[in-house]
Write a protein that binds this ligand. Structure first.
Ligand SMILES: Cc1ncc(COP(=O)(O)O)c(C=O)c1O
Length: 397
């Protein structure tokens, strides 16, 4: 007899991004040429001084359990880096180190949400937010934003979405999947509503270091007095230091929330990998030139992607302020056939683009925005060029 899976897990949507990446991998294994723009993962190798720090940690015997919330040196280094960059003081005990920023988000939702609580998530949203909220029994309240407003939540939309059950606002800037960024003024105006409605905020700042042109990153907790007491800031090494596989993320939060997350983690996973923590320590407290070098490369790719998108007929895409994603509008290209196959929605469109041209993107519907597709440009210019040739050929087909 097959075991019955719990209702809460049955209701969980598997990650569409990982599903598209798996399909792309399947095609590659079958010998097909695939241009994979599905996964948000830098294609650079982790900088050498970080790898060396991991090797040294092993040689020095740092191969055992650590404190559940992370080694003291890393917690202090994160707090110090945040103070230097953003000017807010956090003690090391207010930093909880986890197995990637996704785990930090899971900890935060689990420690803050009770069944029935509402969490406001602006759409388009990163695929995991709503699922992580659902795991707690709380309700994700999806608030659609407008492409014409660069996919940013307005204070009026936030106010209108609040009910007596609203507990948390989730913010992600720079955004996955759109690359859009809130200005300091935008954040200030949202913060006024947060204070008025007495909300908590989970601010996902994992793309903080990947910001282009004149865009200025501002950490949400700093834009009004009193926000640090109601904000859990999420960050980590995955994106800025090309360390997705090391699985280190963290939170900065009020002490009582940090203690709760530390205690949850002590029962769930004990601690993040000791070796990865020493690698992350080298990333945070070592030379930062590597981040600038990778950013320069991303900036070239972003410019290239914007140029190619602008040339696609009847495709629109707001300028990307940060991160490494383009979220483009393909509504004008739905409701017709491609190579004899009817394509009615963004999922059909992405699946046929993959099947017919070997270009892997992710359907907007997975991010709560039908009629769009997401493309990650964390890949080489050469691959981008060939992939865009494929997209052009697909639109003409
Ligand atoms: C917005 C956002 N938050 C969090 C994460 C998770 O990061 P990590 O790999 O450190 O778990 C990602 C990864 O794609 C992301 O895009």
């Amino acid at each position: 007899m097959a075991a019955t899976i719990s209702k809460i897990i049955q209701a969980l949507e598997p990650s569409a991004t990982l599903a598209m990446a798996a399909k792309a991998r399947e095609m590659k294994t079958a010998g097909k040429k695939v241009y994979d723009f599905s996964v948000g993962e830098p294609d650079f190798t982790t900088p050498q001084h970080i790898c060396d720090a991991a090797a040294k940690a092993m040689a020095d015997g740092h191969t055992h359990y650590t404190a559940s919330g992370g080694i003291a040196e890393l917690r202090s280094a994160v707090a110090k880096a945040y103070q230097q960059t953003h000017g807010l003081e956090y003690g090391p005990q207010q930093v909880v180190v986890s197995n990637g920023a996704k785990h930090s988000l899971h900890n935060a939702f689990t420690c803050l949400c009770d069944p029935g609580d509402e969490v406001i998530i602006p759409a388009p949203y990163w695929v995991s937010y709503a699922e992580l909220v659902k795991l707690t029994g709380a309700k994700p309240v999806i608030v659609p934003t407008e492409e014409s407003n660069n996919f940013k939540l307005t204070p009026a939309q936030l106010r209108a979405a609040c009910t007596s059950k609203t507990k948390i606002l989730l913010l992600c800037s720079p955004s996955n999947p759109t690359g859009s960024m809130y200005t300091p003024d935008d954040l200030g105006a949202l913060a006024d509503v947060v204070l008025e409605k007495n909300l908590l905020v989970i601010s996902d700042e994992i793309y903080e270091r990947l910001v282009y042109g004149d865009n200025k990153f501002v950490s949400f907790a700093t834009v009004r007095p009193g926000l640090a007491e109601r904000t859990v800031t999420i960050n980590g090494v995955s994106k800025a230091y090309a360390m997705t596989g090391w699985r280190i993320g963290w939170t900065l939060s009020p002490l009582n929330i940090a203690k709760a997350m530390d205690s949850l983690q002590s029962q769930e996973t004990s601690n993040p990998s000791s070796i990865s923590q020493y690698a992350a320590l080298a990333a945070v407290s070592g030379p930062q030139q590597c981040v600038g070098d990778m950013l320069k490369e991303f900036a070239k790719r972003r410019e290239y992607v914007q140029g190619r998108l602008a040339k696609l007929p009847k495709v629109t895409c707001p300028e990307m302020g940060g991160a490494f994603y383009a979220f483009f509008n393909v509504q004008a290209h739905l409701g017709r056939t491609y190579g004899g196959v009817q394509v009615n929605n963004s999922a059909d469109w992405c699946l046929q683009l993959l099947a017919q041209q070997g270009v892997a993107t992710v359907m907007g519907s997975a991010f709560g925005a039908e009629g769009y597709a997401r493309l990650s440009f964390a890949t080489s210019l050469d691959v981008l060029e060939k992939g865009f040739d494929g997209i052009e050929a697909f639109l003409k087909s």
